[in-house]
Design a protein around this ligand. Structure first.
Ligand SMILES: Nc1ncnc2c1ncn2[C@@H]1O[C@H](COP(=O)(O)OP(=O)(O)O)[C@@H](O)[C@H]1O
Ligand SMILES: [Mg+2]
Length: 265
């Protein structure tokens, strides 16, 4: 399999704050790779540097494909309220002839199950539906690489499951290469072919793990599969290792113990 994305010794510093501390990894064509790491560790910064929104302080990003689309967490700010759903999906396709633009947007809305909502405004839809519009907009662009930044973090748990399955279905049907950033360990195991585990700030690569689960996944059976449970524990342990802060619970327990020893002696 050829590489779609190569990231080499990528580092980024805001003022004197080092957000990313030198990351190297590759994403192969057709792969779905999840990046998991604690809040504030530099995940969004990583996506911003890959997408070219931010110039990295050091290192290289090579994308082997011309098209790139990004889906953000905050769908309420990423959709234009004055445009219809169809208009939002067509927006990045402005350079195409009108008929093709229309056809592509209509097709992408069908893929995400929103064929009937094309004429509505985003604010007339639920949060989960709005995020589906954002996904349709990204897919209509036919990106070589789809970047997603905590795409399901702002919807309720049930909708989140539905959107995760939607993502798995469309990437399978359209062979899309996807890089998803999440702070949710279970989500990273459920979605990923591979998981990149990042340490706390500045983000460094703690592990690059293959997900030993079949491509077909199911919210009930996959999440209770032994391989799933094992891997989520492994990622959780790795994230704790990466954390620079102390474990408050452990610290409090140790304090209580030393206090009771002092009192009883
Ligand atoms: N534009 C910015 N200017 C200065 N500091 C920033 C900026 N964006 C993010 N940071 C800081 O960089 C660190 C990483 O942020 P971010 O990439 O958003 O983390 P994550 O997405 O993992 O939560 C945080 O400490 C954050 O406060
Ligand atoms: Mg973020």
């Amino acid at each position: 399999m050829s590489n779609m994305l190569e990231v080499a010794d990528l580092g980024h510093t805001y003022g004197d704050h080092e957000a990313i501390g030198g990351l190297s990894f590759t994403v192969r064509a057709g792969e779905l790779v999840c990046v998991v790491g604690p809040s504030g560790c530099g995940k969004s910064t990583l996506l911003r540097t890959i997408s070219g929104l931010v110039a990295p302080s050091r290192g290289d990003v090579s994308l082997h494909g011309s098209h790139l689309a990004v889906v953000f967490q905050d769908y309420s700010r990423s959709l234009f309220p004055w445009l219809s759903v169809q208009g939002n999906v067509e927006f990045p396709l402005r350079s195409l002839p009108r008929a093709e633009r229309r056809a592509r947007a209509a097709e992408a809305l069908e893929w995400v199950g929103l064929g009937g909502a094309a004429r509505k405004r985003p604010w007339q839809l639920s949060g989960g539906m709005q995020q589906r519009v954002a996904i349709a907009r990204a897919l209509a662009y036919r990106p070589s690489l789809l970047l997603m930044d905590e795409p399901f973090a702002s919807v309720d748990a049930q909708t989140r499951f539905e959107l995760e399955d939607l993502l798995l279905r469309v990437r399978r049907e359209h062979d899309t290469t996807v890089l998803v950033v999440t702070h949710d360990i279970d989500e990273s195991v459920y979605l990923g072919d591979r998981i990149l585990v990042l340490s706390g700030s500045p983000a460094r690569l703690v592990a690059d793990l293959e997900v030993p689960l079949p491509a077909e996944r199911d919210q009930v059976t996959t999440r209770t599969d032994e391989a799933f449970v094992e891997l989520r524990s492994k990622v959780a342990r790795l994230l704790n290792v990466g954390k620079p802060t102390m474990d408050v619970e452990k610290w409090a327990a140790a304090e209580r113990e030393s206090l009771s020893e002092t009192v009883s002696s």
